[in-house]
Design a protein around this ligand. Sequence first.
Ligand SMILES: N[C@@H](CCC(=O)N[C@@H](CS)C(=O)NCC(=O)O)C(=O)O
Length: 205
Amino acid sequence: MQLYYSPGACSLASHITLREAGLPVELKKTDTKTKKLEDGSDYFAVNSKGSVPALRLDDGQVLTEGPAILQYLADLKPESKLAPKAGTLERYRLLEWLNFITSEVHKSFSPLFNPTADAKVKEYTQQNLEKKFDWLDKQLAGKQYLTGDQFTIADAYLFVVANWSNFVGIELGRWPALKAFLDRVAARPKVQEALAAEGLLKKAA
Ligand SMILES: N[C@@H](CCC(=O)N[C@@H](CS)C(=O)NCC(=O)O)C(=O)O
C-alpha cells in the first residue's frame, strides 16, 4: 500500500494507524498547496479532491477520506484492536467518536490556518473549538483513551488534530485531561516512529 500524506496533516492519523497495526507501507509525500508529489507529478491524478490522506491499495484502487481509511486499516489487522469488530455497539461508539472528531474538531481548525480568514471568523472559530475542548476534557478525565483503556484509531485522529492547537496559539494547558491524553499518545513508540518519519521531531541539541 502507499499512503499519500503531508507532514503533520490529518494524514498522520493514517500513518500512525499503519505503524500501530504493523502494516507495511510506502509513504508518498504530497504538497497539498501545489498538489504535486515529490517527483513533480500531479496529485489530482491520485485524488481528484486534492486532499490527503489517500491510500493506494495493492490492487491499484485509491481510498480517500481519513475516517474510511482508518477503519479499513484497522480492519486489516483486527488483532491490533485499533477498532472494535464491525456490527458491535462498540464499533458504533467508535464511529460516534470519528464523526465528532472529523466534523466538530478537524474541520473547525480550517479558518485558523487560512491567512485570508477575517479576524472575527477566527475569533468565533477559536471560541467554538475551546467549547469542544471543554467537553473533550470532561470525557477524558480518568481515562487512558477515548473509549477506555484500549488505544484506537479515534485516539490517533484526535491526537493529530488537537495538536494543531500548538500552531494556532491555543494553549492546551487549560485542559489537563486532554493535555495528558495527548502526551500519553505522543509517548507511544509507534507514534514517535511516525512523527520521526514525517520529520516532526525536534532534533536533540
Ligand atoms: N474530508 C477529508 C479532508 C481531508 C483534509 O482536510 N485534508 C487536508 C489536510 S489535514 C488537506 O489535504 N488540505 C488541502 C486541500 O484540501 O486542498 C478527510 O477527512 O480525509
